[in-house]
Design a protein around this ligand. Structure first.
Ligand SMILES: [Zn+2]
Length: 433
């Protein structure tokens, strides 16, 4: 859009005076920022920087120097014949205007790099966002490309003044993984550690966090970019483990992966280990120790789950016994068929397992107004029967997969002719209450 307000005109004017840096960004991105890898099969590898194949014999400990372009490569196992890289980098410079005063300019470039066997890589560098940031960070002026529907960051159209609302400002603030070494920051930023080495958070996100979080400032000054970036989404953990962080840094412990290390501190805390002891908080091999504690924690959780299950079952057994024990011992037989009252929750489980129905899963043992009996033929479970205690009616009698067995009508008739015994017990329970 065309600049309309006075401040937009000023932003537009500063925009036309920025340093011509495009060519330098292109050379630097390809040389210094791109991944340098070789993709290897069993016999050969190809260098993604020049597209040439070389014999596998050149590889030592996962590394090789490309004989053609002389680049040091990390070798990965892959049959891929194409490779693609995409990331953002940035350049910082200073400008000034009458309304905005001294302005920090952050320019963001998207790099896309296509590699394929037998071809030189094609690298595209596109500057898509410029942030003109005044001293107090209010009324930041954006000169940017357009953002298409569904796209995270702007990439099309021309670099123009854009009205960026608060809720979409993150779309105009991609995280640059590196700053060009010629970048220039205001002295007051340099003093707190925001310089060309800034990593982990974008410039705007960094300054926002530093404005209220003094621990972030300490971490940044110490060059602890991993922990610094955790101040954004995991601020709580930084505060919680601040003592351990100080001890680890005093012991010159190298925190490569801040996320994993903070997870690990959480696990140590769970197992009541001393979080002030370098012995625990500074493991030589963090990954192995972390994984060991994760395993320990999973094992602990599994035991807890089993314990809870056992307790639940024990409580249910007790409740079932209290409710139905007056009926225990009831059994009727005729010919090969025996019918008896279920005397434990475990027996409900067995019925459900053998006859593949839901008498256990649906927790029939909790029903106070029903009595559940099992019918056996020559000691083989054959049907499960529910009797409604209020009416002394057979509600259901089901065999395997809920179907009636060939003995269904015999079972029902045996039960009906003995219903008086159940009824008598039920009456005496009611009287006692
Ligand atoms: Zn090469």
């Amino acid at each position: 859009m065309k600049p309309r307000t006075k401040i937009q005109h000023e932003g537009f004017k500063m925009n036309s005076n920025v340093i011509d840096i495009q060519k330098h960004i292109e050379t630097w991105a390809f040389k210094e920022c791109n991944e340098k890898i070789g993709l290897a099969t069993k016999t050969k590898f190809w260098c993604i920087d020049c597209g040439e194949y070389h014999p596998i014999s050149l590889v030592r400990n996962g590394k090789a120097k490309c004989p053609n372009c002389k680049v040091d490569l990390t070798i990965l196992q892959s049959r891929k014949r194409k490779y693609y890289q995409r990331y953002w980098v940035a350049f910082a410079e200073l400008s000034s205007g009458e309304l905005m005063g001294e302005v920090q300019v952050i320019r963001l470039f998207e790099v896309q790099s296509n590699h394929s066997v037998n071809y030189m890589p094609q690298v595209y560098v596109k500057e898509s966002v410029r942030q003109f940031i005044p001293e107090n960070h209010s009324k930041i002026q954006y000169v940017a490309r357009m953002r298409n529907m569904g796209q995270e960051y702007p990439c099309c159209g021309d670099l123009e003044i854009r009205n960026v609302s608060n809720y979409q400002s993150w779309n105009y603030n991609p995280y640059p993984y590196r700053y060009h070494p010629w970048s220039q920051f205001k002295t007051r930023y340099e003093k707190i550690g925001i310089n060309k080495d800034l990593q982990g958070l974008s410039f705007l996100e960094s300054t926002r966090i530093l404005s209220y979080n003094s621990k972030a400032e300490t971490l940044l000054k110490l060059g602890q970019y991993g922990l610094f970036s955790e101040c954004s989404n995991n601020e709580g953990r930084i505060y919680r483990y601040w003592n351990s962080i100080k001890i680890a840094l005093r012991n010159k412990y190298n925190i490569h992966d801040a996320g994993i290390w903070l997870d690990y501190l959480g696990l140590l805390e769970f197992f009541n280990r001393d979080l002030n002891s370098p012995k625990y908080i500074c493991p030589k091999d963090l990954k192995t120790e972390h994984d060991r504690y994760v395993k320990k924690k999973n094992e602990h959780d599994r035991r807890e789950r089993l314990k809870a299950q056992r307790e639940k079952l024990a409580n249910e057994e007790k409740a079932y016994r209290e409710m139905k024990s007056p009926f225990f011992g009831i059994a009727f037989s005729k010919g090969d068929i025996t019918i008896k009252v279920l005397e434990s929750v475990k027996e409900f489980m067995e019925q459900g397992d053998i006859l593949k129905h839901c008498v256990f899963a649906s927790e029939y043992y909790k029903k106070s107004d029903s009595l559940i009996l099992a019918a056996f033929v020559n000691d083989e479970p054959i049907e499960t029967v529910e009797v409604a205690l209020n009416t002394m009616e057979i509600v259901q009698a089901r065999g395997i997969h809920n179907n009636p067995s060939p003995f269904n009508s015999d079972i029902r008739s045996i039960l009906k002719s003995n219903m008086g015994k159940i009824s008598n017990i039920y009456d005496s329970i009611k009287k006692a209450n």
